[in-house]
Design a binder for this molecule. Sequence first.
Ligand code: ATP
Ligand code: MG
Length: 442
Amino acid sequence: MAEIPEYVKNVLDTLAAAGHEAWCVGGCVRDTLLGRTPEDWDVTTSARPEETMALFGSHAFPTGLRHGTVTVRRNHRSVEVTTYRVDGAYHDHRRPDSVTFTRSLGEDLRRRDFTVNAMALGRDGTIQDPFGGREDLRNGVLRCVGEPGRRFDEDALRILRGLRFAAVLGFKIEPGTAAAIRRDRELLRDIAAERVRVELMKLLCGQSAAEVLRRFPEVIGVFWPEVLPMVGFDQKNHHHCYDVWEHSLHALEAIPPEPELRCAALLHDVGKPATFTADAAGVGHFYGHGAVSETLADGMLRRLKCSTEFREAVVRLVAWHDRDIPRTEKAIRRALGKLGERDLRRLILLKRADNLAQAPEFRDRQKELDKGEAILDRLMAEDACFSLKQLAVNGKDLTELGLSGPAVGRALKVLLDAVVDGELPNQRETLLSYVSPFVTEL
Ligand code: ATP
Ligand code: MG
């Protein structure tokens, strides 16, 4: 089992030396027992927040005093130290009306969401595990602490956290917990979009995201009803061996676990059900589905209050996924000019994933993508010019030639297009002598 890091031991020791109980708790204990490296370490203690504050002095910051949380800085790292607490009554499916501090570790563990998250690890390696978390970890089972329906009624975010942990850990959801997740899903409507988004993005990046989405589409449909028509939608097209939802899940599995990529893979065909037509032979077509997917994805990401940068990156990938793969140098330079290197590489990943999720006999598009990617690599290695920033002349050069106003922009565009299309080399002298005869016309 992994060791508790020194800076955390130091926090535990300081609390213990002052006569308080202190334990590592929650995700760090779960991850340590799984042999994973925890992202951060949380400590739970019998010390009251003001006692913790006094004990750590200038190293303590009151980041969540109302819930009993003090952030302690040690060796440039932070540890969240929270007082043992019980949550009072819940009335809004979101947050307890009040929290009460307690001196009982058992009570603190009981308020936690899942058995695998309700264990404490002591300085000496002892483990407190009143709800069978270790056994559930061994068996790969996610199970609520206590009665699932009651726990979801208290805080509906736990419904989505359940799916998130199942996806990230690759766990099965215990049948009683799974049934309550489905039954109580509508309670998620009371949860703030930002909190839904955080859990959803972690879910989508989990190793078992596709499996969880496959089993619980109706839960995702509470905040993203647009996905529901995809489920079971027969494409009636020999390129496809899966329905629209299955195809999207296979694409999601085939793309690296980054939120933008996973969202783009899941939503790239969300416009298909609305654009379906069957021809005289009964073959299905989805003309214009790229644009409809783009519009739907935009609305879905706005609803979850995603950042503009995130939303635009995903929507651009969705919009572009249906175009032909650029394979010639000219086409790749142009795509670079429109998308930039990062998004063009992401588009290639999306096109690969989309193709891998098609019927087996059509998965050979990978070779074309390899070819496009090889050209892209070469262009980048050659420092090829595809944007105004890289052009060997700038606005000032053209002003000195006698151009002014909008003509400067027009001339730059002409030069950039010529360089991108390979008609002119990106050399200052060549470019200037190319435009100078036209100065009066531009
Ligand atoms: P991660 O590795 O993603 O941080 P985590 O288990 O640490 O996972 P956090 O959201 O950081 O998850 O929460 C820390 C701990 O607090 C959880 O392990 C759980 O014990 C408890 N907890 C967090 N949110 C809730 C909740 N909504 N209801 C009950 N307990 C919760
Ligand atoms: Mg955590």
